[in-house]
Design a protein around this ligand. Structure first.
Ligand SMILES: [Mn+2]
Length: 329
């Protein structure tokens, strides 16, 4: 209700998503911006980082702002799909410039961030939360510019309407978005196919690192910085590779360990950084597994970043997943 009043009384809004935005974050931001414009408001989409090539299709010619000047004033700033403070986008304007911070999200594990929060844990994607907000705002039908981004948000977070979070409500919303102009093949092709050659090379190399453990219930993949560099791949191509580890029969938890650029300590020593992505087949809540590493996410998909080497991370991973498996047995 407070958010509806904020939108009703305000005129100029900033809309953004989490750091390294995925299809749900970017699609929800573009979708909400289009909905606000349908209400006659000014909406600026703030995307300070380069948009991943696989998401460019949904941006089309929508205006994207990469930096907000100090004199800019907004009546509110919406951050999409963000549960963790450290995932707020870089360069977010200060409070006097951005206005109240509104978090629109669906993550169960989350920090206490945002002046206002719309969080629906039952929503398959933040895009679904945006559609609920659209209804509450009395916007109907779906604005054409919102259809493709919001459809992409639903497709991405349900794995193409395959995961257990795919409910009848999600499918009904998807039908509404297709009626409003979203093209299912365009979205699927951009999100799940149509990869640059280097991404397939990286997939091939990564699959060689597949390592089953804990009686085949845990499967890990590893991506080193050298692999990415040698193949002339880019960082965004690592997204989604973890899913292949879940595709092995019997696997309950899939994890991808990704070696990142080391950080420098105050004394100039290199501190190793490893990023973790998790996927679950269903029995294990990998949001909780990620929380053991200081991260978070959803029951079936989560992530974390740790200042440990790949080897140390793997050792801790074995211990945490073993304990989690023992607890559900
Ligand atoms: Mn999401």
């Amino acid at each position: 209700v407070a958010v509806l009043r904020l939108i009703g009384e305000g005129q100029r809004f900033l809309v953004t998503g989490h750091r390294s935005p995925d299809a749900d974050a970017m699609g929800s931001a573009l979708g909400l911006a289009a909905i606000l414009r349908a209400l006659g408001k000014d909406a600026v989409v703030f995307a300070p980082e380069p948009v991943a090539p696989s998401l460019a299709f949904m941006v089309r010619d929508a205006p994207i702002t990469i930096a907000v000047g100090p004199e800019a004033r907004f009546d509110a700033t919406f951050v999409m799909d963000t549960g963790a403070r450290e995932l707020l986008p870089p360069g977010l304007p200060p409070p006097e410039s951005r206005g109240p911070l509104v978090i629109v999200d669906h993550h169960a594990v989350h920090d206490d961030i945002g002046d206002l929060v719309i969080r629906d844990l039952a929503a398959a994607a933040t895009g679904e939360v945006v559609l609920g907000l659209m209804r509450d705002l009395g916007v109907s039908p779906v604005p054409p510019d919102a259809a493709t981004p919001l459809y992409a948000a639903l497709v991405a977070d349900t794995g193409g309407f395959r995961y257990s979070n795919t409910g009848a409500g999600t499918l009904l919303l998807a039908a509404e978005l297709v009626s409003a102009g979203a093209d299912p093949w365009e979205v699927s092709y951009n999100l799940f196919e149509g990869y640059p050659r280097e991404r397939l090379d990286l997939l091939a190399e990564t699959l060689r690192t597949l390592e089953p453990s804990l009686d085949g219930k845990l499967a890990t993949l590893r991506v080193s910085r050298k692999m990415v560099a040698d193949l002339a791949a880019t960082d965004d191509m690592v997204n989604g590779l973890v899913n292949y580890a879940r595709g092995v029969t019997g696997v309950e938890v899939a994890a991808l360990l990704w070696e990142r650029e080391p950080r420098l300590s105050e004394r100039g020593r290199k501190i190793p950084v490893t990023r973790l992505s998790f996927r679950s087949r269903g029995a294990i809540d990998v949001g909780l597994v990620a929380a053991e590493f200081g991260g978070g996410g959803l029951r079936n998909a989560s992530g974390a970043e740790v200042t440990m080497s790949m080897r140390e991370t793997f050792a801790k991973l074995m211990a945490v997943v073993k304990e989690t498996l023992d607890a559900v047995r």
